[in-house]
Design a protein around this ligand. Sequence first.
Ligand code: FE
Ligand code: FE
Ligand code: MG
Length: 165
Amino acid sequence: MGTRGREIVGMNVDELLKLLNKAFADEWFAYYQYWLGAKVVKGPMKDAVAAELIQHATEELAHADLVANRIIQLGGAPITEPKKWYEWSGCGYNPPNDEYVKTILNQNIDGERCAISYYNDLMKKTKDTDMITYNMVLGILNQEVEHEEDLQALLEDLELMVKRG
Ligand code: FE
Ligand code: FE
Ligand code: MG
């Protein structure tokens, strides 16, 4: 923890740490959901879909890394027990029990939409109080918006293919 770095935060740091740990749990779930989805996905365009899912998994893990670093910087501790991810997570985990491409894509689109809303709220909360977190979240949000669009584009291609044979 950096003392002055923590002092300049203009909001309740414990409250901020809770919000960051919530994001941390969400990122691990997002990572795992993509990682497993890429392995089990079946159906038309599965190779293209799997490649995108793997890329997103890597990016979600990088988000978890950024969030963990910020938590530590503020004197907090990233959640130490994976079983606690369920308690903390806001966006939750959607197990890829149905491996069909469309189902997997829709599950991940739901996850991205939840992440976009969450980070957008977090940006509003930190806008005038914590520029460091704000800036970090801006970078993450940029990628979540990109993720949603990537998945929707794949879904669109898939639907066109199915419709037009
Ligand atoms: Fe993420
Ligand atoms: Fe994402
Ligand atoms: Mg992508």
